[in-house]
Design a protein around this ligand. Structure first.
Ligand code: PAF
Length: 286
């Protein structure tokens, strides 16, 4: 039977009691509006852990002033039904005033992988993400936390924070779940009209094009232009389309023909009408 916990101290006590009984606890942090992508993270956690906790908290500090915080879909009942069907024992759903107590004045700033892309387009976004994830890890001191690869940059930022602050939690990054035609699953897909939904597929197509050109030996700059062409041809306003180092997100260094195989990730973000979507693909070593 799934239980909803709103109190961080009781939540923490539940995790510590499970661990004291020798149980491994997995944690999936979310903002709710859960779909099959989230369920796949839970399934992965359930496979590796004895107990799984999920948090549902629409974090105000990771939204910019003109972003979709107010209209972000909220569906706690449906979310809990989905989580229960996937064997989740506890949903942590705190009030904002608990996560950010009156007068709160503390933020976690991550540099390095947070600097470019989402960090540039959405100033303050990763500060909000790092702060809430750290706060959630304190309330849910699980053995391991599960994140989706769709938010590639977020996974790097959280890994950096966990390493730099010495947080005692392991991180697992699970593959992006996609619709049958390739569109990455996202809570924000719900905003798309049928016409926008069809155009949104260009994000996936731009990544497929990137992989083809990458394997054909093209340089990052040419691949990035080709990605932009795919996106703009479908009327998508491009925030970025980039082929970069998968760990640092810095430009690829010039390839040494005798060196190890080159690795990269293609990142894309764009606006389909009023909806901003992101996606990425790890490119095979070449
Ligand atoms: O990926 C998300 O849903 C959010 O950024 C997270 C990690 C739950 C923090 O609010």
């Amino acid at each position: 039977m799934l239980e909803i916990e709103r109190d961080p101290k009781r939540m923490r006590a539940w995790v510590l009691a499970a661990q004291a009984a020798g149980r491994r606890v997995g944690f999936v942090p979310t903002m709710g509006s859960l779909h099959a992508g989230h369920a796949s993270l839970v399934d992965c956690a359930a496979h590796e852990c004895d107990d799984v906790a999920v948090s549902i908290f629409v974090n105000p500090t990771q939204f910019g002033p003109h972003e979709d915080f107010e209209r972000y879909p909220r569906s706690l009942d449906a979310d809990c039904r989905l989580m229960e069907a996937h064997g989740v024992g506890k949903v942590f759903a705190p009030e904002a005033s608990v996560i950010y107590p009156p007068g709160d004045a503390t933020r976690i700033v991550v540099c390095g992988p947070a600097r470019r892309f989402e960090g540039e387009v959405r100033p303050g976004h990763f500060e909000g993400v790092a702060t809430v994830v750290c706060r959630l890890f304190l309330s849910v001191p699980a053995d391991v936390a599960y994140f989706g690869a769709k938010d590639w940059q977020q996974t790097l930022v959280v890994k950096r924070m966990v390493c730099d602050l010495g947080l005692p939690i392991d991180l697992v990054v699970c593959p992006t779940l996609r619709e049958p035609d390739g569109l990455a699953m996202s809570s924000r897909n719900a905003y798309l009209s049928p016409e926008e939904r069809a155009r949104a597929l260009a994000l996936f197509e731009s990544l497929t094009r990137a992989e083809q050109l990458w394997l054909a030996g093209d340089a990052a700059s040419g691949i990035e232009q080709a990605m932009r062409d795919v996106l703009t041809a479908r009327g998508i306003t491009v925030d970025y389309a980039a082929v970069v180092d998968p760990l640092t997100l810095e430009p690829l260094s010039l390839k040494d023909p005798h060196g190890p195989k080159e690795k990269a990730v293609a990142l894309v973000a764009g606006r389909v009408g009023a909806t901003r979507l992101i996606d990425n693909r790890e490119l095979p070593p070449r």
